[in-house]
Design a protein around this ligand. Sequence first.
Ligand code: 5AD
Ligand code: SF4
Length: 468
Amino acid sequence: MTGPRKLYVKSYGCQMNAYDSHRMADLLAPEGYMETAEPEDADLIILNTCHIREKAAEKVYSELGRVRQLKEAAAQGGRRVTVAVAGCVAQAEGSEIIRRAPIVDLVVGPQSYHRLPDLLARAEQNERRKDQIVETEFPPEDKFDHLPAPTKAATRARGVTGFVTVQEGCDKFCTFCVVPYTRGAEVSRPAEKILAEVRNLVAGGVREVTLIGQNVNAYHGAGPDGGAWKLGRLLLRVADIPGVLRLRYTTSHPGDMDDDLIAVHRDLPQLAPQLHLPVQSGSDRVLQAMNRRHTRANYLRTVDRLRAARPDLALTSDFIVGFPGETEAEFRDTLSIVDEVGYSDSFSFKYSQRPGTPGATMADQVAEEVKTERLHRLQAAIKRRQLAFNASCRGLTFDVLMEKPGRDAGQLTGRSPYLQPVQVMAPASLLGTLIPVTITGTISNSLFGALAGAPRIDAESTLAAAGA
Ligand code: 5AD
Ligand code: SF4
């Protein structure tokens, strides 16, 4: 080998994929791969894909067209580029990817990426025989046991917000969703492993930790005492780790919001007053057809209980419009729940038929134009609410985590407790601190603010507290 090989990872879709991409880079670092931001320089290109909606898979195929050109240009210069497709499209499509894009050397599902070094070695040996490798089993071993911890340098380079996967997969089987098929059954990681990973992130400079999982509040990992720990208990223990200034978790199912977890919103000051709690639809008939296992009324009751526990809680949601059979009146029930809950922001999507899911073969698929029109109306309602929420922040003082240099000289960009970006005139020495800011103005989804106090804990003393 003549020097470090270069790795380019492109991540699509959710935070889980972004996390997996980092872990793949961490896994390949000891194998001599250095990450690059330039696909042209790469010896190994990994596309970490998402299959949740149609366009995501199509984007992968068009990206593979560009990768083919890079691979061919490199080959003319005598350089070999290995191409791997990972993530949920890999899981769902398997060898179909190689049929549609023969330049792909390796297809690896989300449960198997700990086997990458081995698979890459096999792919290189295969080069002469032109075989490609497809690995989409759900292997018996736990991939997390085979992944190295991220190095401090890698964590520092990734900034002050860190993500830790606490559970994967889902047993809910909403009728529109591929996750139970691509990510498999719900599996929770042992609490000690998660706590160790958080300590490691904090030592690398992370100040805000988000616990992630497809159905994160179904968490029930083994605790050190032998019992199964629920998410509320895990959050309390994570918050005990010195240096964890702010804590979040995502994405939750309304049916798994238990009393202990709601109480943690009341009792844990580090837990940000913001929760992503997807409702998907405001119509009981549609919710039932989606197999969501909650009604409009009991979702709203959960929201009330959460707000009783934490009155300043801001809620965000995911919505699907045009689920099979959705009528205009049912769609209006979705529009009205946006105002009834008063979401601070939300994601919204047109229903997309996912092969293998029950929704895909339901009668009464909604016409594309109807979906488009409903999506525009829903997005306008969400935007109105978002602007009203942002405007209501003017004059408030809250803690902002300073994440990176701002748009203009002398500014830093931070995040409010409610996840809004905040521009503040502040010296670079305040990067990585959590500091009170008074909101002076808003435009669209951004806030402007002025420093209003000293950092909660400065970076050095936090690092010292974490034993770094
Ligand atoms: N069509 C449209 N949106 C979907 N989502 C999941 N599956 C589909 C689908 N088939 C949305 C849901 C989910 C989010 C991650 O993606 O709103 O909460
Ligand atoms: Fe998909 Fe979420 Fe439903 Fe699980 S709970 S099936 S991940 S939408």
